[in-house]
Write a protein that binds this ligand. Structure first.
Ligand code: SAM
Length: 263
């Protein structure tokens, strides 16, 4: 079993933006927290609303490789239809943009001619995280004319439909990376926004293996809106970090057809 390290990140994703984000975090860990960055105040098992650079660095150092690895596995199951004629990205609870950065890297590696989205919408409650996400997604798309909107939203409220609306008529890849199990995130409202979209939607929902119940609830809601399940897997422990920590994942891929226009 290969150990998931920064060399894995570099070799597998080839993403300079991800490498830069990880290096910046590693170089600026607060003194005394390099070994146990998840113990830094406010991280709260990765579910805190991070407010400053020290917390953002500790988050990436503690969880970044694991999250990218899980996303990389999930993207194998994203159908090519999602991106073949142009697409846009909505990254829900984007944090520092790991899911968008990983999707862009994956497309650049396997489908370079289809790797540039029309636009990217980044949604999170933390302005500090949003600023970073916007900067690094911008780095990743340097030289391309792509609108990158970073919007502060509270996903526990059902009032953000206007912020999460698609900007184009292209299929939307909705990314949910380690967000669906965050307390108070309103699954019902999110599923409704996707169901009411005039665009075709693809949902990539990834989390820790123990997020299975939350992911199942989200799948059920989307299923009630006639979304089709394309892939689901739950694996308890399969990969390993250099500190010996084993991890697995819960992956859901779904598709929702474009809502018919009203007559
Ligand atoms: C576990 S992190 C996941 C971040 C990112 N998607 C990733 O995979 O690294 C959870 C994210 O949810 C955000 N968050 C927590 N509660 C939120 C809320 N009520 N509304 C919007 N974002 C929220 C946090 O700021 C944080 O960025």
């Amino acid at each position: 079993m290969p150990i998931i390290t920064n060399s894995w990140l570099k070799k597998t994703t080839g993403s300079r933006a991800l490498e830069e984000l990880f290096a910046m975090a590693a170089d600026n860990i607060p003194t005394g927290y390099a070994k146990y960055p998840w113990t830094y105040p406010g991280i709260n098992h990765g579910k805190g609303i991070l407010e400053n650079d020290a917390q953002l660095n500790c988050y990436i150092h503690a969880y970044g490789l694991m999250h990218v690895c899980k996303l990389w596995k999930a993207l194998e199951y994203l159908p090519l239809d999602a991106v073949c004629n142009g697409f846009e990205i909505i990254d829900w609870g984007c944090g520092q943009g790991l899911a968008t950065l990983t999707l862009l890297a994956w497309l650049k590696k396997y489908f370079p001619e289809r790797s540039i989205p029309q636009c990217v919408t980044l949604l999170d409650l933390s302005s500090a995280a949003l600023n970073r996400a916007q900067y690094f997604v911008g780095r990743s798309l340097l030289g391309n004319k792509v609108d990158i909107d970073a919007i502060p939203v509270d996903l526990s409220q059902g009032t953000y439909a206007r912020d999460a609306y698609p900007r184009s008529s292209k299929p939307v890849v909705h990314l949910f990376s380690n967000i669906i199990d965050v307390p108070r995130i309103c699954h019902t409202a999110i599923a409704q926004v996707i169901a009411e979209s005039k665009n075709q939607s693809f949902v990539v929902c990834v989390g820790h293996h123990a997020t299975a119940n939350d992911a199942a609830h989200f799948r059920w809601l989307l299923g009630n809106h006639h979304a089709e399940l394309l892939h689901h897997e739950n694996i308890q422990y399969k990969e390993q970090l250099s500190n010996g920590k084993l991890f697995g994942w819960d992956i859901t891929i779904m598709q929702h057809a474009r809502m018919a226009k009203a007559a």
